[in-house]
Design a protein around this ligand. Structure first.
Ligand SMILES: Nc1ncnc2c1ncn2[C@@H]1O[C@H](COP(=O)(O)OP(=O)(O)OP(=O)(O)O)[C@@H](O)[C@H]1O
Ligand SMILES: [Mg+2]
Length: 165
């Protein structure tokens, strides 16, 4: 089996406001299934937490204000159609810190796991995950690229194709 031989499918959009980014998150959230893992990449203020708020709404969270920068908590759990585990790896020093937090159990469980600052703990991610990379294009616009690592996540990229954010 050679995972790297899979074609990586990608969907790219530019969002022009935080609300736009939330709407894109909401569309991603509506496509998620138990056990999905989403890795968020992007610099300070690129919109990672804003996107998680949208994902939460897409997964049926009642109030997205519950989602905040989880830097101090490191893991926050939200109730939704599927439980959401929101990691913020900003303060972590590497994959060992993630393992010590019990990430494996959560990644392989029936919730949806979302990791902010995934580049800081990349070695702890499962072989297959959905990558979302955000970058700042201008003060109010963000480039968002969603790509599949592994076949499991192709359905989400396909689900996003053909429609705007
Ligand atoms: N198109 C946009 N999408 C998302 N956020 C935007 C956009 N335009 C402006 N913003 C602003 O950028 C900031 C994004 O902050 P957010 O907390 O979501 O980013 P983050 O990547 O989680 O940051 P951190 O690295 O601190 O965790 C907010 O103040 C938001 O209002
Ligand atoms: Mg954040």
């Amino acid at each position: 089996m050679n995972i790297a031989s899979h074609t990586r499918l990608a969907f790219t959009a530019t969002t022009h406001s935080p609300e736009d980014t939330m709407r894109l998150g909401q569309r991603i959230g509506s496509l998620l299934e138990p056990g999905d893992v989403i890795a968020l990449f992007g610099s300070l203020g690129s919109g990672k937490t804003t996107l998680v708020k949208g994902i939460g709404l897409g997964l049926g969270m009642k109030d997205s204000r519950e989602v905040r920068s989880a830097s101090f908590l490191i893991i926050a759990e939200y109730k939704a159609r599927i439980p959401i585990y929101h990691f913020d790896a900003y303060r972590l020093d590497g994959p060992e810190d993630m393992y010590n937090l019990g990430c494996d159990e959560l990644f392989w469980g029936d919730g949806v796991s979302i990791v902010e600052w995934a580049d800081r703990v990349e070695g702890s991610l499962p072989e297959e995950y959905l990558e979302v990379s955000l970058s700042i294009e201008s003060p109010n616009s963000r480039r968002v690229e969603v790509s599949s690592h592994g076949k499991r996540y192709e359905r989400i990229v396909r689900g996003l194709e053909g429609k705007g954010p």
